[in-house]
Design a protein around this ligand. Sequence first.
Ligand SMILES: NC(=O)c1ccc[n+]([C@@H]2O[C@H](COP(=O)([O-])OP(=O)(O)OC[C@H]3O[C@@H](n4cnc5c(N)ncnc54)[C@H](O)[C@@H]3O)[C@@H](O)[C@H]2O)c1
Ligand SMILES: C[C@@H](O)[C@H](N)C(=O)O
Length: 398
Amino acid sequence: MGRLAAPLRESLRAVPEFSTRMLQRVVGQMLQSPASGYRATALPGRVLGTSPWQIPADANFHSASLSETDRPRVLITGGLGQLGVGLASLLRKRFGKDNVILSDIRKPSDQVFHSGPFIYSDILDYKNLREIVVNHRITWLIHYSALLSAVGEANVSLAKAVNITGLHNVPGRCLGTQLAIVCAQHDRSFRTYFPGTQPLISAFRDPGRSTGSPRSTPSSWEKYAWLGKMTHYYYYRYGLDFRCLRYPGIISADSQPGGGTTDYAVQIFHDAVKNGKFECYLKPSTRLPMMYIDDCLRATLEVMEAPAESLSIRTYNINAMSFCPEELAQEVLKHMPGFQITYNVDSVRQAIADSWPMNFDDSNARKDWGWKHDFDLPELVTTMLSFHGPRSRVAQAN
Ligand SMILES: NC(=O)c1ccc[n+]([C@@H]2O[C@H](COP(=O)([O-])OP(=O)(O)OC[C@H]3O[C@@H](n4cnc5c(N)ncnc54)[C@H](O)[C@@H]3O)[C@@H](O)[C@H]2O)c1
Ligand SMILES: C[C@@H](O)[C@H](N)C(=O)O
């Protein structure tokens, strides 16, 4: 593994379960995979710092203040889901409409199609992805394509392809760009720096979890650690400015969630306003970290714009609040005294929720780049009900 692997090996030794054999396999796969399209000898080496955990002193990927010519050219993959359209709108306001390209494998609505550039892009078609990056001079890539937890559980082989293989191959196609990978919650034992992702929840689900036993097995640990190390590997080996956020469950008023475990916290508002009642598929006491979409999108822009020297790690948790269904229902009741919630537990989604952390420690994001959420539970409920309430009443009156 020679010169290339030595600093990486040092960093990985700090992680007890990340064995030498596994390191050899990871590095070997990355360098030899035909899918990656890159070989170590063909690439200019990057000066590696003495501590792989430290940002290199010469890192200067992106400046916080942007001139006209410095505006990034952004590609959002999987952009027609719950988050992509809102993010495109935010980024277009900041960088100009034509500098932000939405992409997906689905057909956009007329409104989305006419609001700015949209192209078809399948994350599994690596050649096409590379062409887009080259032809459109992409400098930021926001990797949103994924199968969310419940959908992924229902189709594990597709989840593996999109969430694992897709993620693994994206960095190799994007050298020269700043890359944002958005991750999701993971099992309770890895709360801080090592990312677990949506992909891994589905593709590497521990069968033991369905009987209620904990998921923190060494094998699942290694897979989580592997992905975390991949971000460091691409950063230190190739200088790819890889920035990763782990989102909690995101709650949005004007976009629908894509089939996750936290979707109940969106659906409750639709049903409360429409029917005055809601049947919840999670147990009343299932506590999960959550965030309003405006905070989530702003955090994504903020981490992408953060000066490189302020980032002490490549993967940050962000968080805003943590609640369970019965607490959310109590807050809705304050606005709608007749509201009723009942429970009909879905064992698959309950098992997923039970394997996730109840809260995220996002102190690193707060310390390094000043992350601060705006929406707590009361503001969230007021905002969601005011969005759905008047609209719904108008719709019913018509
Ligand atoms: N929404 C949340 O609560 C939440 C929370 C944590 C993390 N995340 C992560 O944020 C990202 C975006 O989430 P979202 O809620 O918008 O997801 P979503 O499920 O709503 O949208 C995902 C999009 O990916 C697209 N897609 C699927 N296969 C594809 C392929 N092969 N090529 C290109 N696109 C493909 C789908 O068509 C869909 O539009 C995902 O990585 C997700 O794991 C979301
Ligand atoms: C939390 C996030 O991963 C997504 N909303 C899900 O529930 O699957």
